[in-house]
Write a protein that binds this ligand. Structure first.
Ligand code: Y39
Ligand code: FE
Ligand code: FE
Length: 230
């Protein structure tokens, strides 16, 4: 067994671990599936970037297969119903934005918020994962940085005309992320993933992304405060 997991006395075969894993694993599988669909939708909205976006969507479907294998490896069946419900808020906001052609909102939801959430979760999971899942997750997280980068580059190029829509989309979607984190806090802790560490990593990634796009420190402080009390 890997050292960190051994020190924490994580028992990947225990009923308690597997029960929590049935929800966290499902969230990740559902998240990867939604990310796959979201990049296909974005490819339709951004014909100029179609090739890149289809490439990202294929990466997401590979990630999904990898995490399905992680569940099977621990003999856990993912609670997909729970996971669908977990993503419902971000899912419907993305769908609504896509239907209105609001590509900036779609990019904020998928390429900034969801990617930063994934990066934080995978970074925190890697040191406490079982050997099989750790290798898979290490490969996946590298891809997620490239997905975040796609959103940053596009939004940075189009910053002036996107700024107001980004602020509004942040205001509407960031509180949903805090609610999602609160909902999984207990299960994440069972996997030795602490909520404080997840919040910290998320805020670092998201704040850096907003800065790369062109927001000032002052903007970032104001935008980050939304929904912290959710
Ligand atoms: O872009 C992506 O691949 C993102 C869809 C994946 C999201 C994974 C969401 C992880 C949240 C897990 C929370 C565990 C505490
Ligand atoms: Fe992914
Ligand atoms: Fe991704």
């Amino acid at each position: 067994m890997q050292q960190v997991a051994a020190d924490l006395e994580l028992d990947f075969k225990s009923e308690k671990y597997k029960d929590a894993y049935s929800r966290i694993n499902a969230i990740v599988i559902e998240g990867e599936q939604e990310a796959y669909e979201n990049y296909i939708t974005l490819a339709q909205l951004l014909p100029e970037d179609k090739e890149d976006l289809i490439r990202l969507s294929k990466m997401e479907s590979r990630h999904k297969k990898g995490f399905e294998a992680c569940g099977r490896n621990l003999q856990v069946s993912p609670d997909m119903e729970f996971a669908k419900e977990f993503f419902a808020g971000l899912h419907s906001n993305f769908q609504e934005a896509a239907a209105e052609g609001k590509v900036v909102t779609c990019l904020l939801i998928q390429s900034l918020i969801i990617e930063c959430f994934a990066i934080a979760a995978y970074n925190i999971y890697i040191p406490v994962a079982d050997d099989f899942a750790r290798k898979i997750t290490e490969g996946v997280v590298k891809d997620e940085y490239s997905h975040l980068n796609f959103g940053e580059v596009w939004l940075q190029k189009n910053f002036a005309q996107s700024k107001a829509e980004l602020e509004e989309a942040n205001r509407r979607n960031l509180p949903i992320v805090w609610k999602m984190l609160n909902q999984v806090e207990h299960d994440a802790a069972t996997l030795a993933m602490e909520k404080e560490a997840l919040v910290e990593d998320f805020m670092i990634q998201y704040g850096e992304a907003l800065s790369n796009i062109g927001f000032t420190t002052r903007d970032i402080m104001r935008m980050s405060a939304y929904g912290l009390t959710a």
